[in-house]
Design a binder for this molecule. Structure first.
Ligand code: NAD
Ligand code: TDX
Length: 339
């Protein structure tokens, strides 16, 4: 399918985080004519190692805050698109302290929109299925682009707010913007605070994994590489002003995922602890991605979830120096919360 927009020089915000860095690798590998400027504040979740070793003539790192309007004035001119991944991304952190979520996710998005308006730059907004709230376990429905917004957590409410800003800037100012809302990602470079890496690294450490509530909450898993190819499809071929849902039909409940991790790591399937539930814990997410598939011809490639999980386990075994520095502080934070 031909591309209707051919970016040459893009800014990727949050390119030192989990999904952003996977996108940078994807662009460098798949789209040789494109230069990437990564704009990242390097919070606890950002690690320059995630993009280390990529060719210097293809990728430049600017350390800075998306809320910094003067910095944006300096770096945005000359770029033809911004792909905005930077965010505070962890629900549990947002419950403990919402302040940085409002700042980065809402104010940061506002500043980027204003910079794109000023310099006439194409904008793609990376968002989450959590803006739609949750579904009951026995509900046959899945989220579509028409589902009303109903966010539950401080995190998802700030993401919903940022989506609303994008829609308003597109309609009122004619900003060339698109939005994608994706389901739960897994794969390499994911912070050890998140469910799958937390449990893998706990098992490596001989610590029992921790399951919230009754373990039956459902997440719709997608490999981060499939998220990257979908974002590229929307950036280059998506209709301006439109929203596209991204998902790979990967619904599984948490206890099933945890048992698969334990089995693949040679542990008994009941070798875990039940811990305090997350307040306001969303029950189920499920994505209907037929608009993206129909309009843009996208399809996921990593459809073997257990195979992807096995590769992810191997990645964490092989990259202990990458995750080890964050592990102790992360677990101390969880322990203080009874999780
Ligand atoms: P992450 O926490 O791993 O990475 C976030 C990155 O943003 C880090 O590199 C961090 O340093 C950077 N950052 C944070 N605040 C910043 C600021 N003020 N200025 C500049 N950089 C800043 O997050 P992730 O899981 O990779 O998520 C990336 C994006 O994808 C987020 O917008 C998130 O809402 C969205 N998303 C995530 C998932 C998921 O499953 N993790 C699913 C759907 C959508
Ligand atoms: O130790 C744990 N035990 C547990 O049972 C952790 C960390 C989580 N859980 C549960 C909570 C969720 O039901 O596992 C599920 C997944 O939890 P997270 O990895 O924290 O992800 P989630 O809250 O679903 O949000 C993720 O997907 C949507 C990302 O963090 C968001 O950035 C994205 O928008």
């Amino acid at each position: 399918m031909s591309e209707t927009f051919e970016p040459r020089n893009i800014i990727v915000t949050g390119g030192c985080g989990f999904i952003g860095s996977n996108f940078v690798h994807h662009v460098v590998r798949e789209h040789p004519g494109v230069h990437v400027t990564v704009l990242d504040k390097l919070t606890y979740a950002g690690n320059p190692e995630n993009i280390a070793g990529l060719p210097e003539d293809r990728v430049e790192l600017v350390v800075g805050d998306v809320c910094d309007a003067e910095l944006l004035d300096r770096i945005v001119p000359g770029h033809d698109a911004i792909v905005h991944y930077a965010a505070e991304s962890h629900n549990d952190n947002s419950i403990a302290d919402p302040e940085p979520f409002v700042q980065t996710n809402v104010v940061g998005t506002y500043r980027l929109l204003e910079a794109c308006r000023k310099y006439d730059v194409r904008y793609h907004h990376v968002s989450t299925d959590e803006v739609y709230g949750d579904l009951a376990l026995d509900d046959p429905a899945r989220f579509t682009e028409e589902t009303p917004y109903r966010p539950s957590s401080p995190y998802s409410s700030t993401k919903a707010s940022s989506d609303m800003l994008v829609r308003a800037w597109a309609r009122t100012y004619g900003l060339r913007a698109t939005i994608s809302n994706c389901s739960n990602n897994y794969g390499p470079y994911q912070h050890v605070e998140k469910f799958i890496p937390r449990q893998i690294t706990n098992v490596i450490d001989g610590v029992r994994p921790k399951l919230y509530g009754d373990g039956r909450n459902v997440r719709d898993w997608i490999h981060t590489e499939d998220h990257s190819s979908a974002v590229w499809a929307v950036l280059t071929r998506g209709r301006i002003g439109e929203t596209y849902l991204i998902g790979a039909d990967g619904e599984r409940d948490n206890i099933t995922v945890l048992r698969a991790i334990l089995r693949l790591m040679g542990r008994p399937e009941d070798d875990f602890d039940w811990v305090r539930d997350r307040p306001g814990h969303d029950r189920r997410y499920a994505i209907d991605s037929s608009k993206l598939r129909r309009e843009l011809g996208w399809a996921p490639r990593h459809t073997d979830f257990e195979g992807g999980l096995e590769a992810t386990i191997a990645w964490y075994h092989e990259h202990e120096p990458w995750w080890r520095p964050a592990k102790e502080a992360t677990e101390a934070k969880y322990a203080a919360q009874g999780q």
